[in-house]
Ligand binder design. Sequence first.
Ligand code: SF4
Length: 438
Amino acid sequence: MNERDSDAVATLLRDKGYSIVNEEKTADVILLNTCSVREQAEQKAIGKAGYITARKRRNPNLVVGIMGCMAQNKGNDLVDKLPDLDLIIGTQKFHRVPDHLSNFIKSMSGLGPRPNTIIDIEEEKGSQNTIKSHAEEKKVSAFVSIMQGCNMKCSYCIVPKTRGSERARPSSEIISEIKDLAKKGTKEITLLGQIVNQYAVREFPFLEKKSPFVQLLEKVNAIDGIERIRFTSPHPVGFKDDLIECYKRLPKLCEYLHFPMQSGSNRILKAMRRPYSIEKFKHIIEKLRAIKPDIYISTDIIVGFPEENEDDFEATRSAFESIGFDMAYIFKYSVRPGTTAEPKGDPVSREIKEQRNQVLLDILNKSSLARNQSLIGTTQEILLEGHAKRGNNMFTGRTRGYRKVFTHASDRLIGELVEVKITKATASSLTGDLVITN
Ligand code: SF4
């Protein structure tokens, strides 16, 4: 989501005549888009902003801003920590960045004192409709934000505070944005929302027992030029049969699902205020696998949530192993201010969190490697995204199951669906040979 927001702001700035430079050192304006989901992310952003603002001593015309979740979360407090910051722009104000920037730059001219920091973190009605600009150049794969905010109150999560309550964009606007992307050559769309399957449940009606999100998927599936659809992140609540059946009915919907489990212990799920049981979570996966046996599933897990004892972790470990995830983001719990879990503190020691993290990582490595090795000798459809960093004329792309693939190819194939015969596998990627068809 942050990547998408940054991209939209960069496009708005380009439209105003700014250009994006490749090296931070050569920039006249540096904007940091920030994350508050873990304490470490905030510490990193503050450290980085401190390092950049220190450069203003040598270059007083450098403009530095912080936007996004940490700007929203900390607001004025950021100025106490970083008095040289010029802009602090919240999550509902990304579209206002060009105006704030030009106002700030105008007020800088002259020999007077440095203008006051511009702080804009108010709520704004309709702000969910403003993340829609995409760069003119062709994007092979594009994120499309379909909603903002979240009405859940997971006890560890700061997102409802930083992103506000759930607000959906009209589906007609989403569809027209995707049609424009398709015209420019985009082949793959990832629909984004905090709880993407809750899209517009309050605003738009269910039709023939299909949720507004399923209706949206059907419309995206019908757009010429779009070949692949993904979405992130769904919640087990509201993941009903109408959505499960999409994996059978909608050919463009990729066999991949990011499905946050968070814990395998019902006691901890309750303490996290995640309103489902591990049995229900597994049942959804069973139904999905019955429809799409080859579906790839990734997840999010938090280890070391307050009160997570050995039995709770064992429940997580066992569920994690038996489900057999293909990928996972495993987080060590950190207290977020203003959440309902904050008063519980952070009683699980760092060492125990580290051990639990490692246990899950070891399981993940094994299952991910085994799944990838099972693809050796098969031919996979890859959407070729571009040059790989590893060089040697290697290119990179992804399978429908979101596995990263490296292959030799050529520039003219970037953005195309190609066939690759898999020859090598690690836990995190595949390598293969392009299959030449005449
Ligand atoms: S569903 Fe829970 S974890 Fe996800 S954004 Fe909402 S409050 Fe946070």
